[in-house]
Ligand binder design. Structure first.
Ligand code: C2E
Ligand code: CA
Ligand code: CA
Length: 706
């Protein structure tokens, strides 16, 4: 204890009573001596007289306080009772307390006891705060408090350090949110709203804003204080290291080290999730197993280092294919779910989500095989690879993970047997369909404009005198490997591939040149009918295209009748009317094909100007065998006459059918009874023979012979 007073008497008295209390007392006669005494060792308490020569009490106090070791030492100032100013000056100089002189030393001792106790408490508090701050620093933990009304946000200094930005005294919740990653702000704002409404505590990880990825764990609770006000307090903790090591663990557990692809374990999870989603949405999914052919050769001849290099490169290519696929499906299905994983050795497994049909998987499989084809360069060597792929489909082939993969494996073996560098489906039906479709797709573009595509003609006959009035042009595709392909198969394909216009132009050009050659031989007049698919009828360029082909061939549109189905007209009445109007204005005649199938609305017939109604062969088929069939056919014929439209019966195969139709007033007929579709030359021969040549019914074969 340091007693500083210039009055020796007072010092003596004080030392005496303090000594009795077992205090260790040091005396100083003035301020300068006191300042010199505290060098190095700080007293527990200083009793300081204000009025002293040279250095007065205030200045002494200031100088003591300036020493770090004395910064927190309690200082008791002894002032004169009548000097009110001295109380304030003492306070400003940094004194802890004051007592007025004269004072009895006994009373002063009690004062000293009180001050020492307060100072000890303060020191303890300061210690514990220091320890707490230290602990928080080590734990990388900060704390904060939010006033839900003013939205003012107060964070500890550690909070500022963790968030990389000091939050000042006037900081708000928005300032705090600005420290977090953009993508997480919305979530945190909502979490704070829930906190404020007292609904739920906050306990979640978020990303911190800034270049290098850092993560904090936010915890918060809302509580009412004594006066009933809501206050929200919480902590923020840096968990970047935890997240990194969890990531690493995750990677080690779920990732293949050589290729960086997910491993079996991870794939299983993903496939299960994708299957769950596919089940909920009722969508399709494919599992595909890829096996590299002869990969062992790479390992054996070039070493495992080269093997690993090749696997990593393959993985990179596969990932690209899957990403592209996902971009395609994301556009249509609003979510991509494809995964590629290393299944072990040289096997890779794919899950393709959101596919609509098996062929989508076939497309991806061929892309994978294609991606493998480019050689891989390693240490000056070119390594050539190929693969085989087995495909199984959910829900077609299996509904559970294990079965799906097993079936893909079985399909893989089939693919290997079928030859290298190919894929196979688990279900053989799928295989055939897809192969045919793929071969056809590849062939169709090439076939257009070549002799693979030809046109046959089926006569339209006036059944009263067997005169051939016209002929329907029916396109034929003779595929070099697959033989004759039905237009019912390749017309939709041409639509899908976007070559339907080329197909029609091709057909129309052939028909024009055939018509020219007939006319040169004096075999006309005759009209040809051309089928226009629904898809094409929607194309506004159609009139321009057909009329230019016809005119370029030196023919008149009046020699042509275009057949369209009623469906496309009903679908968009306004567009249909405009299209028909344009075509008729150009001089083409219009027939409604397959009339009576599918649509019952007759009102459109009033609206459109058409020339011919082709009664579908399903009506003609029943005409001689059922009362109902006969009534229906008669009704359609009457309807046509009522509208001033010529009825034409399709698919007439028997004399009975012909006679009933004639009796109803339908005279123009088409069908096997009269002639099958035949090559142009056969039709020319038939035309030359003239009416009556049609009996006995002429077939492709006999017409060709003629
Ligand atoms: P469609 O317009 O109804 O053509 C008539 C179909 O019925 C032809 O089949 C013809 O061979 C067949 N047929 C004719 N008479 C009889 C018969 O007495 N009995 C039976 N059962 N069938 C008969 P095809 O040639 O296979 O054509 C199928 C469809 O393909 C056509 O149906 C037509 O919609 C379409 N099509 C054919 N060529 C073309 C074309 O160049 N362009 C477009 N867009 N479609 C075409
Ligand atoms: Ca037709
Ligand atoms: Ca038809």
């Amino acid at each position: 204890m340091l007693v500083v007073d210039d009055d020796p008497m007072f010092r003596l008295l004080l030392t005496g009573v303090l000594g009795q209390e077992a205090f260790d007392v040091t005396e100083a006669r003035d301020g300068a001596e006191a300042v010199a005494l505290v060098q190095g060792t700080a007293p527990d308490l200083v009793i300081l007289d204000v009025i002293m020569p040279n250095l007065d009490g205030y200045e002494t106090c200031r100088r003591l306080r300036a020493r770090p070791e004395c910064a927190d030492v309690p200082v008791l100032m002894l002032t004169s009772l009548d000097d009110v100013r001295s109380f304030r000056l003492s306070f400003e100089a940094g004194a802890t307390d004051f007592a007025t002189k004269p004072i009895s030393p006994a009373l002063l001792v009690h004062r000293v006891h009180f001050m020492l106790r307060a100072s000890a408490t303060l020191a303890e508090l300061r210690q514990s705060e220091l320890r707490l701050a230290e602990a928080q620093r080590i734990a990388r933990l900060g704390h904060w408090e939010l006033d839900p009304d003013s939205r003012s946000f107060r964070g500890s200094s550690q909070t500022g350090i963790l968030l990389g930005r000091a939050l000042g005294a006037d900081a708000t919740l928005e300032d705090f949110l600005a420290c977090l990653h953009e993508g997480d702000r919305g979530d945190v704002r909502r979490a704070f709203e829930l906190l404020t409404s007292g609904e739920r505590g906050l306990d979640c990880r978020y990303r911190v804003a800034g270049e290098d990825p850092r993560f904090v764990h936010l915890r918060g609770e809302a509580a009412r204080n004594g006066s009933g006000n809501l206050s929200i307090r919480g902590t923020v903790q840096d968990v970047t290291a935890d997240v990194r090591s969890e990531d690493r663990v995750q990677r080690l557990a779920y990732q293949d080290a050589v290729t960086g692809l997910p491993n079996r374990l991870f794939f299983d999870d993903r496939l299960r999730a994708a299957l769950g989603q596919a089940k909920r949405r009722g969508s399709r999914l494919a599992a595909m197993l890829l096996d590299l052919n002869d990969f062992r050769r790479v390992n054996n001849s070039l070493g495992h280092g080269a093997g690993d290099f090749v696997l990593a490169e393959v993985a990179r290519r596969l990932r690209d294919v899957v990403r592209e696929q996902d971009e395609v499906t994301r556009a249509s299905a609003g979510g991509a779910t494809s995964t590629v994983a290393r299944w072990g050795g040289d096997e890779f497994l794919f899950a393709l989500g959101e596919i609509t049909q098996g062929e989508d998987a076939a497309v991806v499989a061929s892309r994978i095989l294609e991606a493998l084809q480019a050689p891989i360069s390693h240490a000056g060597q070119e390594i050539f690879l190929s693969g085989s792929i087995g495909i199984s489909l959910f829900p077609d082939d299996a509904t559970e993970n294990a079965d799906l993969i097993r079936h893909a494996d079985i399909a893989l073996h089939q693919a290997k047997e079928a030859g290298r560098n190919t894929f196979a489906f688990y279900s053989s039906a799928m295989n055939e369909q897809t192969m045919v479709r793929l071969v056809l797709e590849a062939g169709l573009r090439r076939a257009l404009g070549t002799d693979e595509m030809s046109v046959h003609y089926q006569p339209l006959v006036d059944a009263r005198d067997d005169r051939i009035m016209g002929a329907e042009a029916l396109t034929r595709w003779c595929h070099p490997q697959l033989g004759s392909i039905s237009p019912e198969q390749f017309v939709p394909l041409a639509e899908r591939l976007g070559v339907i216009n080329e197909l029609t132009e091709h057909t129309l050009r052939r028909v024009c040149s055939d018509m020219r050659s007939w006319s040169e031989r004096g075999l006309l007049p005759l009209y040809a009918t051309i089928n226009i698919s629904a898809h094409q009828f929607r194309n506004p360029n159609l009139p321009a295209v057909v009329s230019s082909v016809v005119r370029n061939a030196g023919m008149a549109p009046g020699n042509f009748m275009l057949e369209v189905t009623e469906g496309v007209l009903i679908e968009d009445l306004v567009a249909g009317e405009r299209m028909l109007g344009e075509l008729r204005a150009l001089g083409f005649r219009i027939a409604i094909d397959d009339f009576g199938t599918g649509y019952s609305s007759l009102s459109y017939l009033k609206r459109f100007t058409i020339d011919v109604l082709k009664i579908d062969r399903t009506f003609v088929r029943d005409i001689a065998t059922s009362e109902r069939g006969a009534t229906l056919a008669a009704g359609i014929v009457a309807l046509a006459h009522g509208l001033g439209v010529e009825p034409v019966a399709e698919g007439v195969e028997t004399v009975e059918q012909r006679d009933i139709l004639l009796a109803c007033g339908c005279f123009i007929m088409q069908g096997y009874l009269f002639a099958r579709p035949m090559p142009a030359e056969s039709l020319a021969a038939l035309l030359k023979l003239g009416p009556g040549a049609l009996y006995p019914p002429i077939t492709d074969a006999s017409a060709a012979a003629a």
